[in-house]
Design a binder for this molecule. Sequence first.
Ligand SMILES: [Zn+2]
Ligand SMILES: [Zn+2]
Length: 182
Amino acid sequence: MTMPALPDPDASRLDDLDQAALHRSLLARVEAAWQLCRELHPSLPRPAVWLDLRGKCAGQAHFARGGLRFNPVLLAENRVAFLVEVVPHEMAHWLVHHLEDGPRARPHGHEWQTVMRRLFGLEPRTTHRFDTGRASPAPYRYRCACREHAFTARRHSLARRGRGYRCRHCAETLVYLGCHAS
Ligand SMILES: [Zn+2]
Ligand SMILES: [Zn+2]
């Protein structure tokens, strides 16, 4: 039996927020999740927060940059689910990474699942239950040496099945960024 460790957001209030207020709500949720993690790991550094993710990926823990990235389009379209699921999901990655063996743990492995269950009282799901269809017609982000590329679902599935795509500018093979490309 698990209990939600963060309070449920007020859905009707969230729906009325303008963009700036919604972003403040996200920051407050990140702060609350971080405070909860510090009960377990008092020296956990405070993550920086950026609202600069695009495409299909809702959130990303970016260890090299030292913080969490979130997708403002998906936040605006899925307000409650975003605060309830995505913020703890990424904060759990942040916490696990800073545990002693964290950098060697699998992204959604035992340690991450335990944090999701025990600390946040959530089922450790790796996908979020909201519609990503409206965010972009080419929601899959790929990277080469020089820039980011946006793939449609069709191109993405061809790439997943082994077709290699090269950048016309730098000629490097494109690599899928996914949500854990930190
Ligand atoms: Zn994840
Ligand atoms: Zn390139």
